[in-house]
Design a protein around this ligand. Sequence first.
Ligand code: NAD
Length: 356
Amino acid sequence: MNKTIAVIRGDGIGPEIVGQTLRVLDRVAEKFGHTFIYTDVDMGGNAIDKWGEPLPAAMLQKCLDSDSVLLGAVGGPKWDNEPAHRRPEKGLLGLRAGMGLYSNNRPAKLWPQLAAASPLKPSIVENGIDFIVVRELIGGVYFGNHSTEECEGEKKAVDIMAYSEHEIERIGRIGFETARKRRRKLTSVDKANVLDTSRLWRAVMHRLAEEYPDVKYSDMLVDNAAMQIVKDPSQFDVIVTENLFGDILSDEASMITGSIGMIPSSSLGEGSRGLYEPIHGSAPDIAGQNKANPIGTILSAAMMCRYSFDMASEADAIEHAVHTALNEGLRTGDMMADGCRLASCTEMGDAIVTHI
Ligand code: NAD
């Protein structure tokens, strides 16, 4: 297969971690007989320096013309005092909106070699943690009207939470389709005992569930979900939920797995094109020192293979190579532990490339 990938190296450690990820993708292409064609895209602080804005229209167009987009990270202290419309994050928001991405998908996977980094008890962790939170990204209370007014001698604030059926259906489908590519179990999280938006959410999800009889579907209230994620995370495969609940639950889920440097993510919209990026930022404190953990970005490339390119074996090969490098005791500084060997960003890349 031939695939075009828009590559946003970004700022801080971005170029280092993306550099290692492209080596891994090149090795995958070589082994499985594919051609990946990369197009460099400027976004974030480097685009502000070069073009005077964080996401020039021509750069967005390059992303829209590609089969998928790989991003390192953007931002850093150099641009902290820029006016709001010229800040690096504005590029990210513009990219998400421009690509029409309405689903953010974040795996919570505990690598057994890093089990000690989880804040959960060994008796919970030993059952395994491997699930994914599919979060609606552009609806709900974050995008409703916000207002504050004087009311009977005090201030009163109102935030509107709204969802229409088509918004629920399209994210619901991503939940079911994601489950089909995993262990075929979907938990839909809502607050249907209180909220109308959740009652509509549940009705739409039940309708969809009839179209996916091969996926084991269940509902869970959000307060219970927050408890179950720390009490027995092994019960989950895919969680699908609305924007606010997903924001909170996906952060909770990433905390229980240990190092921030290990966690990939994808954002999807219509069609197969997605945006793939690690969940961490540009880590300016270690930028340019060859210390960054490239695994979050490398695993994002594995997600790209699995979810945008339908290359399951290729994704498995990348994940297996990460597993092997960790088994050998290699660790970057962020996850270093007794008895392990400290690896630079490039050494970790070397090891993963070798094991594919
Ligand atoms: P951060 O995630 O960049 O760093 C937090 C801590 O984790 C730092 O100590 C850093 O060294 C460490 N860390 C992060 N990723 C690592 C990796 N791959 N390997 C080893 N250590 C790693 O968060 P921050 O310090 O709050 O933000 C720094 C900059 O990144 C800010 O400008 C922020 O706006 C930006 N940011 C960008 C994104 C994005 O591009 N999606 C996301 C979050 C923050």
